[in-house]
Every structure is written in structure tokens, then in C-alpha cells.
Design a protein around this ligand. Sequence first.
Ligand SMILES: Cc1ncc(COP(=O)(O)O)c(C=O)c1O
Length: 395
Amino acid sequence: MKRIYLDNAATTPVDHEVVEAMLPYFNTCFGNPASLHSYGKEASEGIEKARESIAYLIGAQEKEIIFTAGGTESNNMALKGVAFQLKKKGGYRGDKGPHIITTMIEHPGVLETCRYLESYGFNVEYLPVDSRGKVNLETLENAISKETFLISVIFGNNEIGTLQPIQKIGKLAHDYGILFHTDAVQAVGKENINVHDMNIDMLSLSAHKMYGPKGIGALFLREDISLEPVIHGGGHQRGLRSGTENTPGIVGLGKACELAQKRMPSDIPQLKKMRDSLIRGVLEIEETFLNGHPTQRLVNNTHFRFTGIEGESLLIRLDCRGIAASTGSACSSKKETPSHVLKAIGLNELEAQGALRLTLGRKNTSDEIHFVLDVLPGIISELREISPVWKMTKK
Ligand SMILES: Cc1ncc(COP(=O)(O)O)c(C=O)c1O
């Protein structure tokens, strides 16, 4: 049976050019990048070349890139780093305690870090979003107080795909002298990003969402911002993230960024075309709805809900036909509770249960989309035939 992978928001296959680029760094250029001999030099040169490609892709300077173990660590580093630095210096404004603004639809890497910071006396405001998953700029501005020192808003949502007005949010933050962080893990390599033009002070990215390896990512940190380190040790990476660098991983991330830079002009229109034909086709099924914004969404994201359908049963049936999909984010798909993102856009528990996320990648073809559109209506009808909820809605 042919298998079709439509869960590219969870992770992507590592591009063969990325694998090729990484291989020498396991056993030929294996030196410790901190070593002074030629082995060390080869490794550190590999790292510096990668740093260049990453910085170039997002319009940053090379010295503004810090390597991490992925998106989660980058988010932790940014939020805790700024918060604890402020606490250490005791330099916050106002008298109500330091204030952070984020949204209700962040990835757990931001949400849980914020909850942790609350336990250290930080006040965190979780902004609501509208039914399409958008943050309202007026609501954001009203939430700002003189205690606010940090705003963190996800660039493109990992579940419903909605893109936020990042440049405007950054501008607003800067008008009030507030730092702006964005979790751009799903957007880097799919959206044109220039951190300086977009008023971004810190940006999280992760290799495995962009055809690179798992367990490696980076934080863009504007050169004049100082962070309190989260990981202490030998003082690597200017003391911001101790630990011997993951050279093969970093080289892989660099190659993935280089390939993204080269392929984005053709990838973006191709993904958009497949995304839109998938959306049009799926919405022909009765009582089917698109979650997220109809146009301002990640180029590879589709997210639907089907009345009377339980998402997990749908996933199993799709898997039996060789189609790999998801009900939401990989991180929450093993949880029993409905997704916090779907709740935030106003869906009730029943509606949230009927969710299906199909996320496209560079390797998908129009034929695969046609195949999905051929089999999906039949699966939905079969499931609705045995669905008590569907029978009730049809009475
Ligand atoms: C928006 C977003 N942020 C952060 C992460 C976490 O990245 P990583 O798996 O590299 O820790 C993910 C991964 O699902 C994500 O989609």
C-alpha cells in the first residue's frame, strides 16, 4: 500500500542533502568545536557556516544566533532568560509586579513556561483570539501596562495554522518599550521572515519542522538583549547555553535553512495550491468546516472539523488507507482533553472532537491530494452511519 504523509506540522523527513551534509561531522570532522587543534577547527568551521545560513534565512546577524535543542528549549531560554534577568536586576517598572503578555493559543513550550514563571511572581496575561484564531491588536494594546516587559505571540499556529500580524505586534511592543518574542517554529522556511523589519527581538526555530534533524534548534536574540542563562556549565555560546555544541545537528539545521532559502520561491506557491485544492475538496463534504483563518494561514496547513465524527476514529480509518494525519498537535494528540487552541477559538467539546489536521510538505503531490479527496468522503459517511451524534443532528 502506498503511504501518504500528511503530518508535516508534527515533523518532516530529513532531506537527503541534509543527511549528506551532516555525515562527516559524526566521524571525520568529529572534533570538539572548542578544541584548538585542526579537528576542533573543522567542527567549529562547520558550526559557523551553519550559523551564517540560519542568520541569512531570517535576516539576522550571525552573532544573534544561539543553538539550542529545539523549539521548546528556545522558548524556555527566551522567556525565562528575559524574566529572570529582569528579576535579578530588579529593574521592572510599576508596582504591580512584572507583567508578560502572551496568547491562549501558544504551543506548550511557551504556555507552560509562562505558568512556571507565574509561580515565581510574574503576572501573565493570556490573550483570547477570535473564532479564526487571530489576536486583536486593540485587545493587545489595552492589555499593556507599565509593568509589561515582554510580549510573546506565536507566528503561525501549529494546530489551526493561523498567522498573526507579527510586524504590527512587534511595532506595538516597541512603541511601549517592550521586548517581543515569537515562536516561529512552524513558520520558518515557509514564510518570508526578516526579524529586523518585523520588529522581532527574539525568535524560536526548530530544525525538524523544516527537513532537518530532531533535537536541534536556535534562538535568534537581538544583539543588545541580555538573558539570564537557563543552562549553566562551561560557558559555551557566550555563557548563554553551556554544553558542547551538537555539531552534526547544527550543520543539519544550517543545511536545512540553506535549502529552505533556495526552495521557498517554488515551495510556497506549490504548497498553497495543494492546500487550497485540499480545502476546497474537503469542504464539499456536508457539515464540514475549516478551522483557522481562511487565507491568513500557514501555507501547508489545513484543519477541519466534521459534525458527528470522532477525530481519532477518522485517523485510524485514514491510516488503514495509508494516510498519516493528526487531530491536532503531536504533543496533545495523546491527551484525552480537547485542544486548548480549539477551545480558544470557541469550539465546544463535541466540535473539537471532530478535528482533523492535514499538513503538507515538500514531498506531497497533487495526486496524493486527489487520493485523499477520493477516499475521505466515503470514510466520513461510514463513520456517520454509526455515529449517534450524527443521527441526533439529523433528526
Ligand atoms: C509552534 C511550535 N513551537 C514549539 C515546538 C516545539 O519544538 P521542538 O519539538 O523542537 O521542541 C513545536 C513542535 O511541535 C511547535 O509546533
